[in-house]
Design a protein around this ligand. Sequence first.
Ligand code: DUC
Ligand code: ZN
Ligand code: ZN
Length: 473
Amino acid sequence: MTRTLIAGGTVVNATGSSKADVLIDGETIAAVLAPGSTLLGFDVAAHVDRVIDAAGKYVIPGGVDAHTHMEMPFGGTFASDTFETGTRAAAWGGTTTIVDFVVQYPHERVLDRFAAWHEKADGSCAIDYGFHQILSDIQPESLTAMDELIAEGVTSFKLFMAYKGVFLSDDGQILRAFQKGASNGALMMMHAENGSVIDVLVEQAVAAGNTAPLHHGLTRPWQTEEEATHRAIMIADLTGAPLYIVHVSAKQAVEQIAAARDRGSNVFGETCPQYLYLSVEEQLGAPGFEGAKWVCSTPLRSRAEGHQDHMWQALRTNDLQMVSTDHCPFCMKGQKDLGLGDFSKIPNGIGSVEHRMDLLYQGVVEGRISLERWVEVTATTPARMFGMYGRKGVLQPGADGDVVVYDPKGRTSIGIGKTHHMNMDYSAWEGREIDGHVDTVLSRGKVIVDGGAYLGAKGDGVYVKRGLSQYLV
Ligand code: DUC
Ligand code: ZN
Ligand code: ZN
């Protein structure tokens, strides 16, 4: 078993930072030590197989991206990253665990889909992975499957209030699923947009000849997100189910979540890098068909209305608890271009799994969140929210040796062309400069990225059987 010492760096956990050395024995962190310490009289550095010099750098828990869609069948095509390419890109960016969504479409058996996702992911991933389950057909068999999946480590279930005929559950179906969640300890997740209203707005826009990508945003106004968020919270309230709202982009939706939390409800919210940085004005409204690069749902919001600043503020004040990517990449050629002449046919999704840690670190540089909050919203809270904390999301003895050495003096340029590792023919983040750099990444004690080289292999990642959310009593 390889023993590694990460020496001389500043160890950053959600609870604080200090100069410390991290000793990894095999796959597990054995100790977090005062710099240069001895153990039982032995000089630790002299008794390990490898010393990684982290002087002047941050040593943080590997990122946990709790919202990805690798190889997802969607919008008449498939998300372009496979489990292999997407998890490798994640590793490059300092993320060492993902939680991906198993998809149930109407009339499919939930447990069949769970088996299908295992088939795709097992033996393919570069980093560790867990699953949530999407439920699109709430019938008795699906509800029973929820109990069976919890025993398999799938403890969170996503429903949709949008995408009629594909994913949408009506309020009665949502009630039934939430009742089940309230009884078995599951964390219910919601895509909160009023799909019926959106469908009419889309139909009217297309009929009026408003077919450019910009109209994707204009037909999904913030009122549809606020209303659905409120409705989901009320149904959760009725049943006692804990609720996690995914990809929050409207400040009015944040206010609904904050109000529910103030009333004492177990309601949580995530946002994504695109809602912190990008806007309708600058991206979705780009000339020609360019805006298709940023078509995702919930949509980007108006900067003039202040949604982006509000997301940063909510992250700082804990009105929102964490940041995931909703990584759902599509190429412009052959995928996004399905919607040339009709925005409603553009596959919805943005790819960011490689850039989340960097993009959020930029928030530290700009004074929007603290260093510790960076670790908290990108690693610690996602691990705790989804039942992995202790093993993931923290540098402490007994945790997995998932560690990132981050250089605050380094720079990351997300350049024009293929400077990223995601399987996409463009980047939603092209041209962005980050004041920081992922230097070294370890996954369960194995160095998988170092000094600009990928040292891992397909199949390094293992399935993480998750427990219940550690935010619930
Ligand atoms: N939103 C997206 O943009 N893509 C995948 C599914 C979703 O809810
Ligand atoms: Zn969604
Ligand atoms: Zn998603």
